[in-house]
Write a protein that binds this ligand. Structure first.
Ligand SMILES: NC(=O)c1ccc[n+]([C@@H]2O[C@H](COP(=O)([O-])OP(=O)(O)OC[C@H]3O[C@@H](n4cnc5c(N)ncnc54)[C@H](O)[C@@H]3O)[C@@H](O)[C@H]2O)c1
Length: 376
């Protein structure tokens, strides 16, 4: 355990404001941090099998130090766990442990566990306390902050859920040492995204320091803290995504289409990889529309390549559907209104904006040009 003080970032939501603590060794101090904010609480930990094997005992011991006894609900790892069946399992486990409304559900895991456990906490006994202990980089920089929770439906991803803000987020940067490198890289795409949206200085810092972020230590903590500050700012401005929060979807329209086009097969493409390719495409598309310089697209592609992320469609193993079919996946996405498409486009690194009037014909010719079987 490290003795460095964690970095604290506050999510400013009035009487629902909460802290994000970021740093190594936080699992061991979890009991005190939670008991300070929620005195006398009991807990149920929701986790997955991979994370339980590596970190559950440390968290349980950390909770006991703060006098908190916890029931444990362990689920299979993977996106399929965000289902009605597993939601029922979590709800039943919390009720079986005889927890009450003022007790706490603790999500120990990546975005899958955070989304599912947060949703369960939002509906059991009409809403229980909820603490996020994110263990993947993606969850530490994105999904654990901001209160979006939910599960998938047979009709699509994240279609069932509630906004439910946690009482505390404990981002222990040391737990990332057991995260598979491919998952670390995928989370890194979401980290870089904040630089590309509106923090050009942060993107430049990442270009210099990314190896140290991968290696751990101070730079990792600082990068995660900066991402949390960026997300906390957006969430405080637009909690329910009626405006600015949509900027966080940079890279996601193309990315979701590619995830759908590969049948959500994680062996071919995981979410963060789809976002990486999507961000590169969003910059290239902006250059094609003469909104930004091609040099910026080049710069983004070069950085993604340097960290080992896929950055173009040709990097996805296996055959992809043709450009028309990819456009079909985009128009099925929720961000379509009256024939025009909404995209997050950019005027350059750190200058993303919401474009509500993108003609599908432009998208199609761009997809043709970018397709591995196309002319580019
Ligand atoms: N709520 C939001 O705002 C929001 C934002 C972005 C993404 N998401 C959701 O997040 C999910 C993706 O999250 P994810 O990438 O964390 O996926 P995940 O939860 O499936 O975790 C990825 C893999 O890493 C493993 N893992 C996690 N932490 C580990 C650790 N410390 N050591 C070893 N293995 C570890 C998991 O068991 C899993 O196999 C998606 O369902 C997505 O929809 C939600």
């Amino acid at each position: 355990m490290s003795h460095t003080e964690p970095v604290k970032v506050e999510v400013g939501l009035g009487d629902r404001a909460y802290d994000i603590l970021i740093g190594p060794g936080l699992l061991s101090g979890a009991g005190t941090e939670i008991a300070d904010r929620l005195p006398g609480t009991r807990a149920a930990i929701v986790t997955d099998e991979n994370v339980a094997a590596a970190h559950l005992e440390t968290l349980k011991a950390g909770l006991e130090k703060g006098g908190i006894r916890a029931a444990v609900i362990t689920l299979p790892a993977g996106e399929k766990t965000k289902s009605f069946a597993h939601l029922e399992e979590v709800v039943d486990g919390v009720l079986a442990a005889k927890l009450e409304r003022r007790d706490v559900v603790i999500a120990l895991g990546g975005g899958v566990i955070g989304d599912l456990a947060g949703f369960a906490a939002g509906i059991v006994r009409r809403g229980m306390n909820f603490v996020q202990v994110p263990t993947s980089l993606l969850a530490q920089v994105d999904s654990s902050v901001g209160g979006k929770t939910g599960i998938n439906s047979a009709r699509g991803k994240n279609l069932v859920g509630v906004f439910n803000q946690p009482k505390l987020v404990l981002a222990d940067t040391g737990v990332l040492d057991t995260l598979p490198i491919r998952e670390f890289r995928a989370g890194y795409a979401e980290l870089a995204k904040y630089g590309l949206i509106d923090r050009p200085g942060f993107f430049a810092w990442l270009e210099e320091n990314w190896q140290k972020v991968f290696a751990g230590g101070e730079q990792r903590t600082e990068a995660i803290a900066e991402a949390c500050r960026a997300k906390a700012d957006v969430v405080a401005r637009d909690e329910f995504e009626t405006g600015d929060r949509a900027l966080l979807n940079l890279g996601h329209t193309f990315g979701h289409a590619l995830e759908a086009a590969t049948n959500y097969d994680g062996a071919r493409l995981v979410h963060g990889e789809g976002v990486a390719i999507g961000m590169a495409l969003a910059h290239r598309f902006s250059a094609r529309l003469n909104l930004a310089s091609p040099d910026d697209a080049e710069r983004v592609e070069a950085h993604l390549r340097a960290v080992g992320l896929p950055w173009r469609m040709a990097d996805i193993p296996g055959e992809l559907p043709d450009a028309e079919a990819l456009l079909g996946f985009i128009t099925q996405d929720k961000k379509v209104s009256r024939g025009a498409l909404t995209f997050i486009l950019t005027r350059g690194v750190g200058q993303a904006f919401i474009a509500k009037d993108v003609p599908p014909s432009e998208v199609l010719s761009f997809l043709k040009a970018s397709h591995p079987n196309g002319s580019r």
